[in-house]
Design a protein around this ligand. Structure first.
Ligand code: FAD
Length: 400
């Protein structure tokens, strides 16, 4: 009888889980393993590029790839996971409730910004966490050209100076000038709790981020937090009010709420603890991968981060290991000791680092070329061709 691997999510981890599971079944000439991906859309959203202009164009279709590799796609949004009954409930495209049964489940539903963590954010802040939100902000940015000139119209406040906040803030001067004119007096401000720009990164990186910010005119409000986002701006905890029509929230990401439906230990960001094979600890048939997994990634005991860099290999290992369990072959323990960082810094360029100590290896245009090769080539979906897709889906194929 056919065995079903069901994968929730068609992001980096979900897509690669599906390809990797299908690959292993194919290599073992197995015709009785069905691999099914369920997600609202059959498209890979390149979330790491959502700070750019025209984010609506950043999704690549997955149906041809799934057809070429024998993966079934179901359009739907999962609302309930029943671990005991081995069943997921989802709403289909017409809003109708349906169920899918699984022998092995891979949870790859990613992460999302906690908009309700900051007062007023739900009503008044923009964000760029998901494709629709980034497109909404892009439309707002373009609509500013029709508003009368004012300081609030020309001021952009980015709440949170992590990776996403830095990339958006350093890109915004050019994006805003493209809409409001080269002579417009644009102000971009980053509100950040840390005491230095890029405070979560290495000292070397911080210096680079500070230099780029200075050159681009990006201002930092350090040691600062947001008290409340309002219709006309943002109030900081120190009492300062910044008038702005464009407050963008970038801090505070948690694992998909579906993770909380699975019985298992979770970390502070809601990620499920998994073993070396990416199986949820305490569950026999459920794997977690990508942003929903808290996985050890090297022999030093470091944990994978909520990054695309980790989600891609995590997906390949999870899919391989779910299929291996059904085929009765030895799973591959997940390991990813290498780590790089590449942060876009707008018109200044970018910064590229290697190792967990984040040693700066390239800056400005040299690093920008690396960034573009990562976001335009390395992380995109493979060609819709079985041999190529399966070669790249091998968990042991070189990545980063
Ligand atoms: C602006 C921005 C910049 C970033 N920059 C970088 C960077 O430079 N480098 C880097 O490595 N990482 C970066 N990241 C992080 C990276 O994008 C994520 O870590 C990565 O997307 C995680 O992959 P994933 O497959 O786990 O989740 P996702 O890519 O989020 O995919 C989740 C999938 O699950 C689906 N889904 C969610 N809920 C349900 C449900 N209920 N039912 C069915 N399907 C569901 C979604 O539709 C989607 O298909 C950035 C993220 C953002 C937002």
């Amino acid at each position: 009888m056919s065995k079903n691997i069901v994968i929730i999510g068609a992001g980096f981890a979900g897509m690669w889980s599906a390809l990797s599971a299908a690959r292993l079944a194919f290599l073992h000439n197995s015709t009785d393993i069905t691999v099914t991906v369920i997600a609202p859309q059959a498209a890979l959203c390149i979330r790491p590029r959502l700070y750019e202009s025209n984010p609506a164009a950043l999704a690549s279709p997955l149906l041809p790839l799934f057809a070429a590799t024998g993966v079934t796609f179901v359009a739907g949004s999962v609302s309930h996971i029943d671990s005991d009954a081995h069943q997921v409930t989802y709403s289909d495209e017409n809003g109708l409730e349906n169920t899918l049964s699984f022998d092995k489940l891979i949870l790859a539903s990613g992460s999302r910004l906690n908009r309700d963590a900051v007062a007023g954010a739900e009503a008044f802040a923009f964000d760029i966490d998901q494709a629709e939100a980034a497109a909404h902000f892009d439309r707002h940015l373009h609509s500013l050209a029709t508003q009368p000139q004012s300081a609030a119209r020309n001021t952009f406040v980015v709440c949170g100076g992590g990776l996403t906040g830095i990339e958006l803030a350093t890109e915004l001067p050019a994006r805003a000038r493209a809409v409001l004119g080269a002579e417009a007096e644009i102000r971009v401000m980053v509100v950040e709790r840390a005491s230095a720009p890029g405070g979560q990164f290495s000292h070397e990186m911080q210096q680079t981020i500070a230099e780029a910010s200075r050159e681009l005119g990006v201002e930092w409000r350090l040691n600062s937090s947001v008290e409340e986002v309002r219709a006309d701006g943002v109030l900081l905890t120190n009492g300062e009010f910044i008038a702005s029509h464009s407050v963008v929230l970038t801090a505070g990401v948690s694992a998909s709420p579906l993770a909380a439906q699975i019985n298992g230990e979770r970390d502070a960001r809601g990620r499920l603890h998994v073993d070396d094979n990416l199986k949820v600890i305490g569950q026999d048939d459920i794997y977690a991968t990508g942003d929903v997994a808290r996985a050890v990634c090297d022999d030093e005991g470091r944990f994978a981060l909520m990054t695309c860099q980790h989600a891609i290999p995590l997906g390949k290992f999870a899919g391989n290991n779910a299929a291996a369990a059904l085929l009765g072959v030895t799973p591959l323990p997940y390991r990813q000791p290498g780590y790089v960082t590449c942060v876009d810094l707008g018109e200044w360029g970018a910064v590229f680092t290697e190792t967990w100590e984040q040693k700066v290896k390239a800056v400005r245009s040299e690093a920008k070329a690396i960034k573009i090769s990562i976001t335009h080539d390395l992380i995109v979906a493979p060609a819709a061709e079985r041999e190529t897709a399966f070669r790249q889906a091998d968990p042991l194929a070189p990545f980063v």
